[in-house]
Design a binder for this molecule. Structure first.
Ligand code: FPP
Length: 264
């Protein structure tokens, strides 16, 4: 018999109605910075700078609403190919963010994590980033994951390669490679899968973000450019999410029956 698929990772746990509406893991594709700036006659980097302030308010709002994991797509593996001054400005913003937000992160118990090929980052960013990751490791609050030099395909390749190496060493039988083995080699191992992925800026695509983990995520696309994204917009996304019926391959009627049983 097939293993029952949980309607939510927390199914069976006591949940207040308010908690049930809040996604445990939110991923955000922070798009629209460059176009926002260009529309104002400003350089694209001005959009990224304003985008960093949107990061600060969104992190705060997610923590206050009880989100467990917030993953922000801050720099893709493909973004290295952008013009060098734009890449340099983004690296400087990341450095400023890590230093500038250190007190709030530590004061509010956030665990900072970086996912992606972080080794590619320049040392002046990587050093403080790794230091704050280590410093915040013991915090018990929301995980704030910055996806940096991140690509989902690249992440899957890394996981597959590690499994292949274990097979080559005779430590792993190929027959034992399953979802848990592949997923366990991803940067997000141990975290709940994203329940909700928000993309700002009007495009409707995933752009190599959490492709494995978002298999059952609800996808929310908004035309609001990231620099203008506010907690009000976040609440609109959460309200939309709360109305979704997540079926995980089941029928709507099966889902309703399981919800009724869970609430008894
Ligand atoms: C995509 O918008 C956004 C990025 C490539 C960078 C996102 C970076 C930040 C929001 C600021 C720095 C991050 C942190 C965590 C402090 P785009 O520039 O591709 O927008 P466009 O589609 O309008 O050109």
């Amino acid at each position: 018999m097939a293993t029952p698929i949980p309607l939510r990772p927390t199914e069976g746990a006591a949940e207040s109605p308010a908690e049930a509406r809040i996604p445990r893991h939110v991923g955000v594709i922070m798009d629209g910075n460059g176009r926002w700036a260009e529309r104002r006659g400003e350089p694209r980097t001005a959009g990224h700078k304003e985008g960093a302030t949107a990061v600060t308010r969104t992190v705060r709002a997610c923590r206050e609403r009880g989100v467990e994991v917030l993953t922000l797509y801050a720099f893709s593996a493909q973004n290295w190919a952008r013009p060098q001054p734009e890449v340099a400005a983004l690296m400087q913003l990341l450095y400023d963010y890590v230093l500038g937000e250190r007190d709030e992160i530590m004061g509010t118990g956030i665990r900072l994590r970086a996912i992606g090929d972080v080794e590619q980052l320049p040392a002046f960013v990587k050093g403080p980033l790794r230091a704050l990751e280590a410093e915040s490791r013991g915090n018990g609050g929301m995980i704030l994951a910055l996806a940096l030099s991140y690509g989902a395909r690249e992440e899957l390749v890394r996981s597959a390669r590690r499994l292949a190496e274990r097979v080559a060493r005779g430590e792993l039988d190929p027959a034992d490679i399953d979802e848990a083995a592949l997923g366990g080699g991803l940067d997000t191992a141990g975290w709940p899968d994203p329940d909700l992925v928000i993309r700002t800026g009007g495009e409707a695509r995933l752009s190599n973000f959490l492709l494995w983990q978002a298999a059952y995520a609800e996808l929310y696309f908004t035309p609001v450019p990231w620099p203008e994204f506010t907690p009000h917009d976040l609440d609109a996304a959460f309200a939309w999410y709360a109305d979704r019926q997540r079926r995980f391959g089941l029928t709507g009627r099966q889902v309703e029956a399981r919800m009724e049983r869970a609430s008894c």
